[in-house]
Design a protein around this ligand. Structure first.
Ligand code: CU
Length: 602
């Protein structure tokens, strides 16, 4: 990887808010066991302080707060939640499409607060509080999984039943309503959910405050009054060149650039990227130097890794919905020491590297990263408590056997961006079916090897969410999914129900002829092998060698994964977790069926 030409010095913006003055908020803990597994969570409008110097913002939140309470459950102890929809009024977010990509000074409008000349979207302004709650990472029966079209209006209450027959892990719950998830989650409808179990407790890891700290990262933007002062009004802004909202201010647990006082001890950080679209690459700096050696990663989306791993050299990459379970050793630091987390990922994220030792200067207006600050840790006096690290963590991450994989059903999915006239580009996930050699009269995706020999031809069998289901996985049987990225950006693909394991990332070069992507067809050549100008490594990181439920599919790349749907049959979804993509239209249904019903299916 070359980092030299990846950076250029830009004149940074002066932050309109002072960083590292607000204390990191800690969401209320809601322990299911203390309520016999019967919880009631009210979705309500509320007022929220994103920063001490901002007026209170109108938000929607679980229990009226953003983030909502952190629900903690025990493996094997089912939790029943009554999701009470008491959302009053209309969407507390001003949604706007700015008329230009940059302001008069050439600054991208997404780096700036305010509407940048855009009008408030009247449909969004009139949107009532429709919701359907999804527990991301939950092994949840289909009726309770939060199917995007099963919508509850204000005054209507949903019951969620979560068996919790699953490994300890950090999950999260959030709204999933069809077509507007990017607004409802942005308005505040998200919270963390921690599953605990005995296997994890045997390792004696920090549990609960003060040494276990959940960190929910989300970027947010705010309105501006006529005199250029921030109003605190939450703003979702896109522009003609960017369909995603990349907001300039990073919040952690709902506070912009907060600070956490830590003792010289080992802390367990449970990190989730809950942003709509922004990918973070986190680098910890002390006195301007990377301190990544203080951090080890012990868990990922689906819980503990087999063994602790070091963070990637360039920093910890978390795309929307990805999680990391980290142990950070603050011991040996004198009182008053400060360590700061920075984000070095430019947007739209495509995997491009950035030197970690320059993280403090990672601000990049072109890269829609005006302020690289994330949060600060300030060491206070306390007993030094270094913690010895277990060498082995999870022994229950079982990989599929060669026999499992040989018998697996293989599926192929392609990520495409279709240019439309007079409308923003449409991103879709298209399901493919192999065509026999002699039947290639229709538009196809041709996969060729490095010598140019054709391996497979694929026709497109489904494009939009409403298209008929083509994936009917058999319960308890391994499947191999290949996700082929024809776009220029990284997409975090999330599959509901069971977590999966990555098998490979393959570099590819993609050729799409003019007009090759139409409403219903896809024409492209996908050649295996790395292109000359492609600098990505296309490897599986050590911290991805566990159970994942969301995987980054980079440009010029195929991700191959093994998934086995277990326990529950029924209708679920898989989708891109960039919420602007999921809403339009990177989401597809899957229907999981028991083997015995196979003979009776049409
Ligand atoms: Cu996407």
């Amino acid at each position: 990887m070359a980092w030299d030409d990846a950076t250029e010095i830009v004149e940074p913006l002066t932050p309109p808010l002072t960083p590292f003055v607000d204390t990191l908020p800690q969401p209320r803990r809601l322990l299911a066991r203390e309520h016999d597994g019967q919880l009631s969570v009210r979705m309500r409008a509320g007022r929220h302080s994103f920063h001490r110097d901002l007026p209170l913002a109108r938000v929607w939140g679980f229990d009226g707060h953003t983030p909502g309470p952190t629900i903690e459950a025990e493996r094997g102890e089912p939790v029943r939640v009554e999701w009470v929809n008491e959302l009053e009024g209309t969407l507390p977010v001003v949604v706007t499409l700015a008329p230009d990509e940059t302001d008069a000074d050439g600054v991208p409008v997404q780096c700036l607060p305010g509407l940048s000349g855009g009008a408030p979207d009247p449909d969004a302004a009139a949107l009532p509080g429709f919701t359907v709650v999804h527990l991301h990472g939950g092994l949840t029966p289909a009726p309770y999984d939060g199917w995007a079209e099963n919508i509850f209006a204000p005054g209507q209450n949903a019951i969620g039943y979560y068996p919790m027959d699953q490994r300890a892990a950090l999950l999260w719950y959030h709204d999933h309503v069809m077509g507007v998830t990017r607004f409802t989650v942005y308005a505040g409808l998200a919270g963390l959910w921690i599953v605990r179990d005995g296997l994890e407790r045997e390792l004696d890891l920090p549990e609960g405050p003060p040494y276990e700290v959940p960190l929910l990262l989300q970027d947010r933007n705010f309105g501006e009054d006529g005199r250029g002062r921030l109003t605190g009004q939450v703003v979702h802004k896109t522009d003609p060149g960017t369909m995603e909202a990349f907001a300039p201010f990073t919040t952690v647990n709902g506070a912009v650039w907060p600070v956490l006082d830590v003792e010289p001890a080992t802390y367990r950080l449970r990190v989730l990227n809950g942003s709509n679209a922004r990918t973070f690459r986190l680098v910890l700096l002390g006195n301007g130097r990377p301190e990544l050696d203080r951090v080890v990663q012990i868990g990922t989306d689906g819980g503990l890794l087999p063994a602790p791993v070091a963070l990637p050299r360039g920093g910890l990459v978390l795309a929307p919905a990805e999680r990391a379970d980290l142990l950070v050793d603050f011991s040996g630091l004198v009182s008053g020491s400060e360590l700061t987390l920075f984000n070095t990922a430019k947007e739209p994220f495509d995997g491009a590297p950035f030197p970690p030792d320059r993280a403090e200067q990672a601000g990049d207006l072109e890269g829609l990263l005006p302020y690289p600050e994330v949060m600060r840790f300030r060491v206070v006096a306390g007993p030094a408590q270094p913690r010895s690290l277990p060498r082995q963590l999870a022994s229950d991450v079982v990989s599929p056997t060669p026999d499992d994989l040989a018998a697996a059903v293989r599926r192929a999915i392609v990520l495409v961006e279709q240019e439309l006239e007079r409308a923003p580009n449409l991103l879709t996930m298209r399901e493919l079916a192999a065509v026999p050699d002699d039947a290639a009269t229709e538009p196809v995706i041709t996969m060729v090897d490095q010598q140019g020999q054709t391996i497979t031809r694929f026709r497109t069998v489904a494009c939009r969410f409403e298209d008929t289901v083509t994936f009917f996985p058999t319960l308890d049987r391994y499947e191999i999914w290949q996700i082929i990225n024809l776009t220029g950006d990284t997409h975090p693909i999330h599959i509901h129900l069971n977590p999966f394991q990555l098998l490979a990332r393959y570099p590819i070069t993609v050729t799409v002829p003019e007009g090759g992507i139409t409403e219903r067809t896809t024409t492209a050549t996908v050649r295996l092998g790395q292109g000359g100008d492609d600098e990505l490594e296309h490897t599986i990181d050590d911290n991805e060698r566990g159970l994942k439920d969301t995987v980054r599919v980079n440009p010029n790349e195929i991700v191959e994964l093994a998934v086995r749907f277990e326990t529950y049959s029924g209708r679920y979804m898989y989708h891109c977790h960039i919420l602007e993509h999921e809403d339009r239209d990177m989401m597809r249904p899957i229907v999981i069926m028991p083997t015995e019903l196979g003979p009776f299916m049409g």
